[in-house]
Design a protein around this ligand. Structure first.
Ligand code: RP5
Length: 169
């Protein structure tokens, strides 16, 4: 018997290539820390367009509620998946070798009106924040998750020293 939709992970982390995982795993790690279930898949807008179409058209039926999508270079994956689903899509520009991720950023952020695609920072910081933002969205309807998110942020604040130390000492 198939799992009920509510039993499936609410967050899908998709990426254009295996090479994106080193960045996108930051989203997975922060979701793990917040006990938010997720799945990760490689879906390329260019190399696997049929996989992209199949995923985008069925993501809602599969039980996903937020999609984190990372890609680099001509980073069409976040915008294309946003064109195929009404679910919120959080785009992560992966840092490219040629243009340091500026190409990825501009490819994701400049969407036409009508197909919103959230755009985070280039690289690991963006992936981490995409994970946190996905958790924030889910926390709107999940008080226990909201508490975990608040605790995570409090712990982060508590780790910031008031004075710098000489790290070479
Ligand atoms: C994009 O091309 C991927 O998202 C990746 O960031 C970039 C390079 O892919 P590989 O050549 O490393 O597979 O589609």
């Amino acid at each position: 018997m198939a799992d009920a939709p509510s039993a499936l992970p609410p967050v899908a982390i998709i990426m254009g290539s295996q090479s994106d995982w080193a960045t996108m795993r930051c989203a997975a790690e922060v979701l793990d820390a917040l006990q938010v279930r997720h799945t990760a898949r490689i879906i390329s807008a260019h190399r696997t367009p049929d996989r992209l179409h199949q995923f985008g058209k069925t993501a809602h039926e599969q039980g996903f509620r937020v999609i984190v999508a990372g890609a680099g270079g001509a980073a069409h994956l976040p915008g294309m998946v946003a064109a195929l689903t009404h679910l919120p899509v959080l785009g992560v520009p992966v840092q490219s070798r040629a243009l340091s991720g500026l190409d990825s950023l501009l490819s994701i952020v400049q969407m036409p009106a009508g197909i919103p695609t959230g755009t985070l920072a280039i690289g690991p910081a963006g992936a981490t924040n995409a994970g946190l933002l996905a958790a924030s969205i889910l926390a709107l309807g999940d008080p226990a998750l909201a508490e975990r998110l608040i605790a995570w942020r409090t712990a982060q604040t508590d780790r910031v020293a008031e004075q710098p130390v000489d790290e070479s000492a």
